[in-house]
Design a protein around this ligand. Structure first.
Ligand code: CNA
Length: 238
């Protein structure tokens, strides 16, 4: 066990009110590309940059291209939770972890058994008709063609927060409460580039802050412990 893992284990063992704040890097070891790593979506060739395609304006003006990208890049099949998702679910079962605040939309925390998952950016597993509100699953969208439509004729929109769209206020409030009351905050697999999500960690008032991220993050953090190894690999050693 390295010194860093030992230090992390000590912090986790001593906590019964942990919160995890994460992003796309939590799921890369499950085979889902993130945005900003070298093999992430921002470095792949596409007609428009991802932040343009995944914007509300683009969704409205060019829905065919939006859904082409969405199906190919965001609806990834056959993925399973990795050791990071599993360990967080275990800590919740043990009563140590109070909430997962995630920017991910892949549902892998729930697949691992976590229940208090605050999804800041929604989920690819929920889709609704814009006209009548009827629910559609991940598979419904995956197996649809072109722009998906409801039986009532309305267009179906993924319950994913697009650029230019606001976040759900109730989720923000729950996330702020959890972070503000946490004794240990672990931030992992996020570049901390996307706001307002990245700003939520400012509500942490404790003195046990851990950062587990493969590359440098976009802000200065007064972290007690910084680990630059893959998060699944790291958590599997605890
Ligand atoms: P990002 O900006 O792509 O940053 C990911 C960070 O994780 C990078 O700094 C990487 O160095 C780091 N990283 C990658 N793999 C690992 C690993 N195994 N262990 C530790 N660190 C790792 O992604 P953010 O989440 O910060 O950006 C927010 C966006 C990305 C949100 O709007 C998400 O909806 C969106 N996104 C989500 C998914 C998903 O749901 N799995 C996938 C791709 C993008």
């Amino acid at each position: 066990m390295t010194k860093a893992i030992e230090a992390l284990k000590k912090l986790v063992d001593g906590s019964d009110n942990m919160v995890f704040f994460g992003g796309a890097g939590v799921s890369t070891e499950s085979g889902i590309p993130d945005f900003r790593s070298t093999n992430g979506l921002y470095h792949q060739e596409w007609k428009y940059p991802p932040e343009v395609i995944l914007s509300h304006t683009f969704y409205k003006s060019n829905p065919e291209e939006f859904f082409r990208f969405y199906r190919e890049k965001l609806l990834i099949t056959g993925v399973r939770p990795n050791a990071a998702h599993e360990k967080l679910a275990q800590w919740e079962r043990e009563g140590k972890l109070k909430a997962i605040v995630t920017q991910n939309i892949d549902g892998l925390h729930q697949a691992a058994g976590s229940s208090n998952v605050l999804e800041l950016h929604g989920s690819v597993h929920r889709n609704y008709c814009e006209k009548c509100g009827k629910f559609y699953s991940f598979e419904d969208i995956l197996h649809s063609e072109g722009v998906p439509h409801c039986t009532c004729g309305g267009q179906i929109k993924p319950d994913v927060v697009l650029y230019e769209e606001g976040l759900d206020q109730r989720i923000i409030t729950s996330a702020v409460n959890a972070i503000a009351n946490a004794d240990l905050l672990i931030i992992g697999g996020t570049s901390l580039n996307v706001y307002p999500a990245a700003g939520l960690i400012n509500y942490y008032r404790g003195n046990k802050l851990v950062l587990i991220n493969k590359s440098a993050v976009a802000r200065d953090l007064a972290a007690n412990l910084v680990i630059s190894d893959p998060i699944g690999e790291t958590f599997s050693q605890l």
